[in-house]
Ligand binder design. Sequence first.
Ligand code: SAM
Length: 466
Amino acid sequence: MSYYNISLAQIRKNVEKRKKKYIEDDSFLFGKDEYSIGILKEVKNNFGEILTRVDGNIPTSLPIETGQRFLFISYDQTRGSHGLHKYPAKFFPELPRWLIQKYSKPGNIVLDPFMGSGTSNVEALLLGRHSVGIDVDPFAKFLTKVKTTKLDVEELEESTDFILKSLIKYDPKKIKDTDLPIFPYRDNWFDKEILFELAYIKKLIKNSKYSDNIKDFQLISLSSIIRSVSNADNNCTRTVIRKKLNKNIYPSMALTKFAETLLLNSYRMREFSSIIDTDISVEIPNDNDARNIKYPANYFDFAITSPPYANAVDYPRTHQLEMYWLGLANGSLTPMKKQHVGTESVSSDDYKILHKIEVEEADIVIENIFKKDPRRAYIAYKYLIDMEKNLREVHRVLKKKSKYVIVVGNNKIRGYNFESWKYLMKLSERIGFKVDNYFGSEIIKHFIKVPRDERINTDWIIVLEK
Ligand SMILES: C[S@@+](CC[C@H](N)C(=O)[O-])C[C@H]1O[C@@H](n2cnc3c(N)ncnc32)[C@H](O)[C@@H]1O
């Protein structure tokens, strides 16, 4: 007799429905011959501006005029290993797919110095390019490792089956208090029943007979449900509890959600594992930083990245609960935060005076921010200093004539438009890059309607040449 009466048949049925929807919604263009297909037409956005709309895969032959604006419609955001886990400001796969094809050749080595959840690395792998992904965030490294590791399909099936059967045998008596991880405010973040269920799942995974690759994949699947079964808001990049939300968390929720996610993710990993080539490498070095890339000069054939925004997402805080459960963090997150480009963790001694980056347009904005908020002005200044270090490092490790593509948006700091892309172009030229091209991209998922009176944020894509 099981503790909660969970029906595996019902879980399988639910997953079949979700799978069907996901297959119909997305055309899963990656790994298929349709690589070169992309439907082009001119459209106007709500502000009357003309955009070139490209549906699905972006053709490598797409003509680009400097300053042109595109509307890219993505279909593959949750396909294959791309769909294993959410990540803030993730690339849509068609973008690195297009640029990697355009600016590198099979067998080349591609770098993403701010790799995040590794979208570029997954795409490089699918396109037969070796790649290196750098990130200071332990969660990003763990996630990318899982997303780029081929699994043995038989072992995947067997281990998924084993976990599902063990889930319905759940009994809280099998879990002792000492099985629960210790982290700040744990009992506020999670209800007691959920804590025990999550600890049971983690123990099942850790103690099973399966390979480490399978266990890591299962841990990422566990991680992907943690926010939704916690008391924190599901849809906020910061991890916060909002009483008004009245989130409906109920006993057995972690077990059933995990069972569904594991089944769906196993399907995704099967899809991914069946099309990748094991001769292609993905390196995720441990002690690198986008400002200190421990690779020789002239090593890479191409680099592509989307760096953090100044003063925007606090990555360690976004994934704090996931990291506590995965054993990637404990206690204070401050030392981790300090390593991040764009960090808000700065000390008051630093922002007593106004600093100048010596890029005129940036210095005007930084001075305006300083008048209202010296701390934010310093954060913005430090962001540009750090990005300049990154530009220098990538310039050093790239081969001559190779390209570095940076995808970056604008943001507002204290009411002032902080146009990072413009300042980054100036900094690039200062350190020896040539600006080859730049253009705008507005991105929507094909089934999301364009919000009426709201401007979609434009990302700017800067193509630099060494
Ligand atoms: C916008 S995200 C990249 C998202 C990525 N393109 C994707 O598809 O998932 C920026 C990343 O930069 C990382 N980062 C911040 N500071 C860094 C540093 N000093 N060195 C390397 N990575 C850093 C953050 O951890 C975050 O994962």
